[in-house]
Ligand binder design. Structure first.
Ligand code: PBG
Length: 324
């Protein structure tokens, strides 16, 4: 007589109703944050060549887009700005009349139920494309932090609901917390890009944000992709400095890091499925090499399963339509 297994894990897989009941991870559109790129001008909606379905938009188009996102039930956007003028000091980043400050005011005036988060960095605003002030080829830390704090303050004064520093300078979370508090914005949360790797997956973003560095790379401030323990020190530092939400970026190739950060700190944890992750799935889908929709869902569920409470993703709108 053959012996049969008593334990049969397949028992819960035959019936789709049962499969639904035992599913451990749910992807909800409420978990998603949609990145948007704002450019000067009017009536501009320009597709980014390396990111099909993602556009640079002028403020008027952006406001209409935000109304649509609100209709679709998406909860939040994160804004990236491409200024009219770039200079060595990234002046437009902290100009109260800068592109993001104007965009935030315009959205807030017309769209009531959409959380507006702004990315805090200088790389889109500097003529050299680096994330801070330069001394020769070196990025100055403390001088840059001062400007980042001013950038954050002007965004919040314009109406931003949350700020997300992505620059990876040391001490910027503390500086942003301080300037916000001193100006009466004690209730505005900081979502810190606490663990941000020096990743090749940002390639398409630099087309979208026109922020590729003119020389060198970002390895003097973003993390070495080989390090995990250092990620915990980065997260810990930002938590001590007052970060309310901790982000890991990129997401798909760093699921172990999301898991570790979540396990160790139990903080609200965000993950950024970055441009390159999006473009790879899109490209393979367009070529018929992968089932795009299926892989999109799988990639996002994996990020949630790893411990992310919220995901920044260029697929947010597709998901919202799908789950509607
Ligand atoms: C910096 C910033 C970058 C991204 C988000 N914020 C680019 C970089 O660090 O070079 C990348 C996002 C993506 O690739 O989708 N402002």
């Amino acid at each position: 007589m053959a012996t049969f297994p008593i334990k049969r894990l397949r028992r819960l897989r035959y019936n789709p109703v049962v499969r639904d009941m035992v599913r451990e991870t749910q992807l909800n559109k409420e978990d998603l944050i949609y990145p948007l790129f704002v450019v000067p001008g009017e009536k501009i909606k320009k597709e980014i060549a390396s990111m099909p379905g993602v556009y640079q938009m002028s403020i008027d188009v952006l406001v209409e887009e935000c109304k649509e996102l609100e209709q679709l039930g998406l909860p939040a956007v994160i804004l990236f700005g491409i200024p009219e003028h770039k200079d060595e000091k990234g002046s437009d980043a902290y100009n109260p009349e800068g592109i993001i400050q104007r965009a935030v005011r315009a959205i807030k005036k017309e769209v009531k139920n959409l959380l507006v988060i702004t990315d805090i960095c200088l790389c889109e605003y500097t003529s050299h494309g680096h994330c801070g002030l330069l001394d020769g080829e070196k990025i100055l830390n403390d001088e840059t932090v001062e400007l980042l704090a001013r950038e954050a303050l002007t965004h919040v004064q314009a109406g931003a609901d949350m700020v997300a520093p992505s620059d990876m300078m040391d001490g910027r979370v503390a500086a942003i917390r301080k300037i916000l508090d001193e100006n009466g914005f004690v209730e505005i949360p900081i979502m810190s890009y606490a663990v941000k790797y020096a990743s090749g997956f940002y390639g398409p973003f630099r087309d979208a944000a026109e922020s590729a560095p003119a020389f060198g790379d970002r390895r003097s401030h973003q993390m070495d992709v080989a390090n995990a323990l250092e990620a915990l020190r980065e997260a810990e530092t930002d938590i001590e400095e007052g970060a309310d939400i901790i982000m890991v970026k990129p997401a798909g190739a760093y699921l172990d890091i999301i898991w570790r950060v979540k396990e160790k700190f139990g903080m609200p944890t965000a993950a950024y499925q970055v441009s390159g992750e999006y473009s790879m799935i899109k490209a393979a889908g367009k070529n018929g090499w992968l089932d795009e929709q299926r892989v999109m869902l799988e990639s996002l569920i994996a990020i949630k399963r790893a411990g992310a409470d919220m995901i920044l993703t260029y697929f947010a709108k597709d998901i919202a339509r799908l789950l509607k």
